[in-house]
Design a protein around this ligand. Structure first.
Ligand code: NAD
Length: 334
């Protein structure tokens, strides 16, 4: 199949592009490079510099495609609170142009990068897919709006979509050649590994008075390679003519922030002083996925999502200098 990957120069998109190519598929990437990296895009993929809100660029990129993987978007919760309009525009209004162009081109298969942020503060954990969606920030709200646009397109013209609600994505391509490079970085694993790489031996965790065993927040981490594998399976399912679905992507097991910092220090063979700051507003105590549906519908199993493997892969990427090392050699698979 030929797949249009929007946001294919970003973290999740670039790993997914490489895995799709390794699985024998053709790929075209559409990305503004506003928050992505041209060097992250595999040389074997076609590349269109453009915006998902630009009908001409989307039309060009969609040519001869069987399916779309829509990863493009803004992802910073704090930024979404400061500038909600930018998030509604980029994560909901512009992608509506993508949907319209898919309808016109007759491409009816879509995999969408959604987020656990659509759930907001859960009533219970693990969170099943049919839990109420009550996002608590504009980022989650903007992603939910596009989920609703997908549902409307499914009703009105027969779009089939696999909506993946990611929990905390982490890790890197196992040889350290592709990974997370957000600016600013808000995710805990690259932040801890980044300070360790820079020689700092102290890290502040937000809050230690949550109702959890060690008092710090608990999150469900999913390796980016396992996520990419789910994408390939979702796309293949749709192109085989099957129905869409909404699936969480997580492991069903949580790790506390303190455990994450300790795992990073262990992997990097350093000792870290942990300090505790105030809670960050809007952080639920525990977010863990009900993770059975993706297993049942897609035959998907996370293979690299134990915390130790995630951190080791992420450390190889950080220690190797990210793109700075100029690596194009790929040793092994995901
Ligand atoms: N990384 C996570 O932990 C996480 C968790 C949950 C959901 N997600 C979702 O996964 C997706 C990818 O996340 P990521 O971590 O790879 O982000 P990223 O910032 O690394 O990549 C996003 C890419 O999209 C591009 N882009 C943004 N707006 C665009 C537009 N209008 N047109 C074309 N390109 C555009 C950026 O230039 C960038 O290359 C996002 O949609 C995000 O909401 C990510």
């Amino acid at each position: 199949m030929r797949v249009l990957v929007t946001g294919g120069a970003g973290y999740v998109g670039s790993v997914s592009v490489r895995l799709l190519l390794q699985a024998g598929h053709e790929v075209v990437v559409l990305d503004t490079l506003e928050r992505g990296h041209r060097e992250a895009v595999d040389d074997r993929a076609d590349f269109v510099l453009g915006d998902v809100g630009d009908a001409d660029a989307v039309r060009e990129a969609l040519c001869c495609c069987d399916a779309v993987l829509h990863c493009a978007g803004y992802i910073d919760v704090a930024e979404s609170v400061r500038d909600p309009e930018a998030y509604f525009e980029n994560n909901a209004s512009k992608p509506a142009v993508l949907l319209e162009q898919m309808r016109i081109a007759g491409v009816d298969a879509l995999v969408f990068s959604s987020t656990a942020a659509v759930y907001g503060e859960p009533d219970a954990v693990p969170i099943p897919e049919d839990a109420p969606c009550r996002p608590v920030n504009p980022y989650g709200e903007s992603k939910l709006r596009f989920e609703q646009a997908i549902a409307a397109a499914s009703q009105s013209w027969g779009l089939r979509a696999v909506v993946f609600r990611y929990f905390n994505v982490a890790g890197a391509w196992p040889d350290g050649s592709l990974g997370e490079a957000h600016e600013p970085e808000t995710h805990i694993i690259p932040r801890v590994l980044g300070v360790i790489r820079d020689g700092v031996r102290e890290f502040e965790i937000y809050g230690r008075d949550y109702p959890t065993p060690d008092g710090t927040c608990i999150r469900d981490y999913i390796h980016v390679c396992d996520l990419a594998d789910a994408h390939v399976r979702g796309l293949e399912r749709l192109v085989a003519g099957k129905d869409g679905c909404v699936c969480n992507l997580g492991t069903g097991k949580g790790w506390s922030n303190l455990e994450v910092v300790q795992a990073c220090a262990r992997t990097a063979s350093v000792s870290m002083k942990v300090t505790f700051g105030p809670r960050r507003p809007g952080d639920p105590a525990v977010l863990v996925a009900g993770a059975d549906r993706a297993r049942a519908l897609l035959g998907w199993r996370p293979r690299r999502s134990d915390l130790g493997t995630i951190v080791e892969d992420a450390w190889r990427w950080e220690r190797g200098g990210r793109f700075g090392a100029g690596r194009k050699d790929v040793t092994g698979s995901c």
